[in-house]
Design a protein around this ligand. Sequence first.
Ligand SMILES: Cc1ncc(COP(=O)(O)O)c(C=O)c1O
Length: 389
Amino acid sequence: MAFNFEKMLAPIPERSLKADAIKATGARNTAEYISMGVADMSFKPPDAVLKELSREVKKGFLGYYGGIENYKDAVTKWMKHVHSWEPRSEWISTAHGLVAAIGTALRAYTNEGDGIIVFSPVYHSFRKIIRANNRKLIECPMLLHGGKYYLDLKKLETLMTGRERMIVFCSPHNPGGRIWKIEEQRELAFFCKKYGLYLIIDEIHNDLIYPNKKHVTFPLAASDVFEKFILMTSTTKTFNIAGGLMGNVIIPSEKIRRKFSNANSATGESPNRFGMIMGEKAMQEGQLWLKNLMKYLNENRIIFDEEINSIPFVKSMPLEATYLAWVDFSETSIEENVLMQKLTNDAKIIANPGSSFGLGGEKFVRFNLANSRSVIREATRRIKDLFKT
Ligand SMILES: Cc1ncc(COP(=O)(O)O)c(C=O)c1O
């Protein structure tokens, strides 16, 4: 089957975070803006997903969701075929999105005031949800070597005070698109074991892997090391259905799982009908779409990097996964707020300032590359224009 992503573009609707971000500029002509902030793709989800949703709407029954065993069956098959690790159906809980699931896990396993560790710069909602739950955020900055991030467990040792209870880990990493090697995941697992920490592994980007790269899911890499891990996966980034707000929380250990289930029940969690229907269908029929998507995104990534790296002192981090380019402007003389103003007001590009990802993110900018090739070219042209002397 041929996939032409140029023909699968969905215009930004009024009711979207992307539209809100453009409106927030105060501009009258919002059509001039290129949206490269919010991590939704510009492509329609697989046809099978749209058709399934339409069928459901046409039937007219929009009540509470049921039939979760079929959904769980799709999750176990997806994990087995795509990630070579097969969870048991009873290990899987669902949640209203992974950020909400992280909040639930914080309440399940830790108390107010406990230290929660993240490796920064990292997806900004980790920091927000940790603080919103009155836990103490501990940022362990990653090392940056040869344009690639590394975990700094030696540094983390020096930050440990005895009040830390959990690490929230992003794999593959957002931002920077780093795929963690098996040895790195094992070292992290041994660290957690040594200090008695719970480990949340957010693998929301685990399917968005570039050709010839390999992501290894945490349980396959290191579940023999310790049992206090909580794996989170989702179809939402993979198939561009984040509005369905759902996700999977996979916990092999019964003891650890019971705590999560209790905390999840305390939120009144009950699956979102539309999210579950879309997710199930996407896992059943979306694999070929995904393969072609990654080929398309790979071309976008190559073009973007080539253009951006031609600007003196500017470096785009080579992505192994995710469609979120991470560009280092730290060797230019421009301040971050000036750069962001220029990007928004002059280039008319909406992107995410690096400082919003925490320590080490300053003077980086994150750009969403899941757009048509012509938009990517136009965006790079506008960014290059900012630096013309
Ligand atoms: C690492 C990571 N986790 C979670 C999310 C959001 O998850 P959800 O929409 O399921 O809350 C994102 C969104 O970009 C993300 O990058």
